[in-house]
Design a protein around this ligand. Structure first.
Ligand SMILES: [Zn+2]
Length: 627
């Protein structure tokens, strides 16, 4: 670095901008060095993913690091260690109302710093060292909480951004940190007179720093003033303005330690003044009107098309339908009659069966080029055993087996579900035939009447959604019913649905001013309500499983349901769902989790997306609203 021309006019402690976000490190009176924004920064912006140097507990304590200046810069780390953040990580000052959250990633050895709210130009970026400021080793300056207002990026989500839930290992680490800090405090006692004790107090505060600021707990308790009327929808409704006259005394609410009396929150769900019952009348909506000959008479472009929403199971099974998917297997090459009994005994007792080979028959008979009959016996997956190991295993079982040739053969990766698959796969290696339920990726398996009926259901919810929109709700509607008896599936396991049970609902989170009044939940609630009154309350379930809320019912909904609603459908044992508008960001089917079709959940249902001519604009809902 050339420094022959001294920059006398420059501020010696200002580094200028040091990263693409134009953050700068500056010294301010009374604050020491700190990190400042040179331009406005949006909430949720990652400021830095800082790599760290980790010192073990032994290294830190043995090196008496807390007696040095480094004692003020360490972040508590996994297993009692301490980490020094590189980059700007170590330069953030403390604030009891921080605008920056930080999350430790023990595995990656990084700390990620993210803005918890929008930050203005020249505002200092601060983290919270400790929620309990009596544990700090300096006097924090008297900042006032910055109230959240509806104009903070509109959706109020940044308040939630202050809540950071930990991965399991971090949570455990945090508990251990807590235990250690408690132990340290116990050992240190209350004496802080000596300089040494002061250092120890500082160490304890450091422990607190990560306990409260880490990703393991609620980060930085921030008193938040909740603006009246700030809801999921940006447009306040006329309903809300009337609400201010309502006197609800049960709305006392604790928000991050501050108690305030709220007049505009609905009462808790379990309270006596809960309106759920009156909101959900015990009414059976009209039967779906449909014409059996309906859309099947029309060209497909006019009535639309159905596509299966694929979940993890469908994706897996599609891979299984690929006849060219092969696995490599070790096989013993023997002539018929030669040691066959010994070889087969070995496959049963001498070598464990690999799960991946369950669909393979053990023996394949072939005729080689010389016209000789030979027998190949599958032994093990080629990727788990090498030839020497396998031969040693064979020899130790029976000397004669160790002398037979071993070959690697290509075999099908899965069993055959159709006779066509069986024919193809048997040319590689004989496999089991396990005909399953045939899944179609489109409506190929649907009859004309079934398509006509589905179309009628789709049209019904599309019309209902426009009516809901006209009432000021979100344009979401749901209709749930049993299929006509003529359309019952012909499978053995089909449980007949409860006769005459139907439900219809719209999304009412706007009019109810309640975040959980999603259309699907409302529809399920209406069916639940019906099941409590005659004639449905009188029905004895025909068989086990017949009395889940939506057993064997079909549900139509305008928009792909959110994960919460998808799970409610799963718990209710719905049989199939038809929707029109996918929700890539928050949908429970195609959007993210494939809730309808997972091996790790105990019920599966079909989800179909209808793609037909429809005015999508009329049903548009912002991406971040969950349906
Ligand atoms: Zn939902």
């Amino acid at each position: 670095m050339s420094t022959d021309t001294t920059r006398k006019d420059a501020d010696p402690v200002t580094t200028g901008t040091i990263n693409p976000l134009a953050l700068s490190v500056e010294e301010r009176p009374g604050r020491g060095r700190g990190v400042f924004a040179s331009a406005p920064i949006r909430a949720g912006t990652v400021l830095e993913v800082a790599p760290v140097l980790v010192l073990t507990k032994e290294q830190w304590e043995g090196g008496r690091m807390d007696d040095t200046v480094l004692g003020e810069y360490g972040f508590c780390w996994a297993r009692g260690g301490m980490a020094l953040g590189l980059g700007i990580a170590s330069l953030f000052n403390h604030s009891s109302t921080p605008n920056v959250n930080f999350v430790r990633n023990f595995a990656a050895g990084t700390i990620t710093f993210t803005t918890s709210r929008a930050v203005d130009t020249d505002e200092e970026l601060c983290i919270c060292y400790s929620a309990d400021e009596t544990k700090l080793w300096f006097l924090p300056n008297g900042e006032r909480p910055r109230p959240a207002t509806p104009s903070d990026d509109g959706d109020g989500l940044e308040r939630l951004a202050a809540l950071q839930l930990a991965p399991d290992d971090a949570e455990r680490e945090a508990r251990e940190d807590k235990e250690r800090a408690r132990e340290t405090r116990r050992q240190a006692g209350g004496n802080t007179h000596s300089a040494k004790e002061a250092r120890r107090a500082k160490w304890r505060a450091k422990q607190e720093k990560m306990r409260n600021g880490g990703n393991s707990e609620i980060v930085a308790p921030q008193p938040v003033a909740v603006a009246s009327g700030s809801g999921l929808l940006s447009e306040p409704t006329s309903h809300r303005s009337q609400d201010s006259d309502r006197t609800v005394t049960s709305g006392s609410n604790t928000v991050f330690g501050q108690t305030e009396t709220r007049a505009d929150l609905p009462p808790p769900l379990h309270s006596d003044s809960n309106k759920l019952r009156s909101e959900v009348p015990a009414e059976v909506p009209p039967l779906l009107e449909w014409d059996e000959a309906g859309p099947s008479e029309l060209p497909e472009t006019q009535w639309g098309e159905l596509r299966r929403a694929r979940g993890p199971i469908e994706i897996e099974e599609e891979a299984e339908d690929d006849n060219s998917a092969l696995i490599q297997v070790w096989a013993l090459d023997a002539s018929p009659g030669t040691l066959m009994k010994e070889v087969l005994d070995f496959t049963k007792k001498g070598v464990p069966l690999d799960e991946r080979m369950r669909h393979l028959k053990r023996v394949r008979r072939i005729t080689d080029e010389a016209g000789e009959e030979r027998v190949l016996v599958a032994l093990a997956m080629a990727d788990t055993a090498n030839e020497d190991e396998l031969r040693a295993l064979l020899s130790s079982y029976d000397e004669r087996l160790g002398a037979l040739p071993l070959v690697v053969v290509d075999t099908p990766r899965s069993a055959a579900k159709t006779t066509e698959q069986l024919a193809v796969r048997n040319t590689y290696w004989p496999v089991l035939y396990t005909p399953g339920v045939q899944r179609y990726s489109n409506a190929r398996g649907f009859s004309g009447p079934k398509l006509a009926w589905v179309r009628a259901g789709i049209e019904r919810v599309l019309a209902d959604a426009l009516a809901a929109k006209a009432r000021g709700e979100l344009p979401v509607a749901v209709y749930v019913t049993s299929p006509p008896e003529s359309l019952y599936p012909q499978s053995d396991g089909f449980i007949p649905p409860t006769d005459g049970l139907r439900g219809a609902a719209a999304d009412t989170r706007t009019s109810c001013d309640h975040p959980l009044r999603h259309g699907v939940l409302n529809a399920i609630a209406s069916v639940a309500r019906l099941r409590t009154v005659p004639p449905f309350s009188e029905i004895t379930p025909s068989r086990n499983g017949a009395d889940y809320l939506l057993t064997s019912m079909s549900l139509f909904v305008t928009h792909e349901p959110c994960v919460m609603c998808s799970m409610a459908l799963l718990h209710s044992r719905v049989r199939e769902v038809f929707f029109v508008f996918p929700r890539p960001r928050a949908g429970g089917f195609e959007g993210s989790f494939g809730v309808h079709s997972r091996r790790d959940l105990n019920h599966r249902f079909d989800a179909w997306r209808w793609t037909g001519p429809v005015d999508a604009e009329a049903y548009a809902i912002p991406d971040n609203v969950e349906i």
